[in-house]
Design a protein around this ligand. Structure first.
Ligand SMILES: Cc1ncc(COP(=O)(O)O)c(C=O)c1O
Length: 402
């Protein structure tokens, strides 16, 4: 299925191609060489618009299609969806699939609104929160002013900016990986960051978020709460006072449904209406019948969701302590992952050593965080195995370095 975002990109880019006169010549040999070198996965083509030839796409974490690995690399939930969700999904796999789904996913929006004490019109749903975020960039951030996000954050944000031709400013995080509010320019085309932040797990309290909203009332502030259920407090309570606040959440993490692709946004009616205009200009049916049913039940099954979150939070705290005992620096996290570093180990080699021993974690080849690994939290058994393997690696390989 072509998602709304793909459709928008195609249309936006075909427009840009006309403006650019279909040229493949950047007039910058250095840049051309750099792109060719870095983009070995996708060679360039004279048939693509300039913007596509230049684009560095987001790189998703490895998704091996076999069960050989203990997967601690893409922040999935180690627990299955609730039995009630599976039952709904099975029932939705019926002859009714010949009919289009509800374009407005009313049942799901009602369930989310009820859960958070909002009206259905304050809720927008999409094909994963990545789609919701991309639509939000086009709807709310495409202005003459640059959008602001921290220099270390969810790496899809720069990709959306490049794709939709939006400028950005990226204030640096502090040495402790915190967002420094004083570094956020007062006049911008909008602000976005995850809370807790990806890829660090650092959480910002509601008081600070309120200050950002207060100081930036002329632009939209998007709080990406992909990981909020693992110990943070959602800023939903701020919605009635701040019409410039949009909250984006996903069912991929805390509700064990990464494979179903469902995300949502909550905000003032003006923001939600804008998102609907864009969505309905490209793809009226981003969620299929199965996704609507499964996601609705996942929102309703509060007891199961809370049980899984508690187990993951406990496993995270246990893992953080165990890693600190092995002399790791562990960034304080309220997410379902830990961002960690060991002074005696190079991040990339540790990632490779773990992979050789059947454990996948995430390493980011970016300045400032090269020596860090991001480790998703699995079950307590998974984390026990992870810590034991790390211990072995450090003793075997790096023990002699100390
Ligand atoms: C901060 C953040 N936002 C959004 C997403 C996207 O989630 P999904 O598209 O699976 O809903 C992710 C996924 O890793 C994320 O880390």
């Amino acid at each position: 299925m072509t998602t709304a975002v793909e459709m928008i990109s195609i249309l936006l880019l075909s427009g840009l191609r006309q403006i650019a006169g279909d040229s493949y010549d950047f007039g910058d040999a250095g840049l051309l060489e750099k792109i060719k070198k870095e983009r070995h996965k996708y060679p360039m083509s004279k048939y693509w618009s300039d913007i596509i030839n230049r684009l560095q796409p987001y790189e998703a974490g490895e998704q091996p299609q076999n069960q050989r690995y203990l997967k601690l690399n893409t922040n999935e939930n180690p627990y299955p969806p609730s039995e009630n969700v599976i039952k709904e999904i099975k029932e939705a796999s019926s002859e009714l699939l010949r009919l289009y789904p509800d374009p407005d996913a009313n049942e799901l929006r009602e369930a989310i609104a009820e859960y958070y004490g909002l009206e259905k019109d304050n809720v927008f749903v999409g094909n994963g929160s990545d789609e919701v975020l991309a639509l939000s960039f086009i709807t709310l951030f495409k202005s003459r002013r640059p959008v602001v996000f921290p220099d270390i954050t969810y790496s899809f944000y720069p990709s959306y900016c490049a794709l939709f031709d939006i400028e950005s400013i990226c204030p640096p995080l502090t040495g402790e990986f915190e967002i420094d509010i004083d570094q956020i320019p007062l006049k911008s085309g909008g602000i976005i960051f995850p809370n807790p932040n990806a890829i660090t797990g650092r959480y910002m309290d509601l008081g600070k978020i309120e200050r950002i909203l207060e100081e930036n009332q002329e632009s939209v502030v998007i709080i990406d709460e992909a990981y909020i259920d693992f110990g943070g407090e959602s800023c939903v309570s701020l919605l009635p006072r701040y019409p410039n606040l949009l909250i984006v959440q996903t069912l991929s993490k805390s509700r064990s449904l990464a494979g179903l692709r469902v995300g949502f946004a909550m905000g003032d009616r003006q923001l939600i209406d804008g998102l609907n205009i864009v969505k309905n200009s490209f793809n009226s049916y981003p969620l299929d019948r199965i996704a609507i049913k499964g996601a609705t039940e996942a929102i309703r099954d509060k007891a199961y969701f809370e049980k899984c979150c508690d187990l993951i939070i406990n496993a995270r705290e246990w893992t953080a302590k165990a890693l600190e005992l092995l002399s790791f620096y562990v960034v304080p996290s309220k997410a379902n992952f830990l961002f960690i570093k060991h002074d005696s180990c190079d991040g990339k080699s540790l990632y490779e050593d773990l992979k050789m021993r059947g454990i996948l974690v995430r390493h980011f080849n970016k300045p400032g965080i090269m020596n860090f690994l991001r480790v998703s939290i699995g079950t307590l058994d998974d984390m026990n195995k992870f810590v034991n393997v790390v211990k072995e690696i450090i003793q075997d390989k790096y023990g002699k370095l100390k």
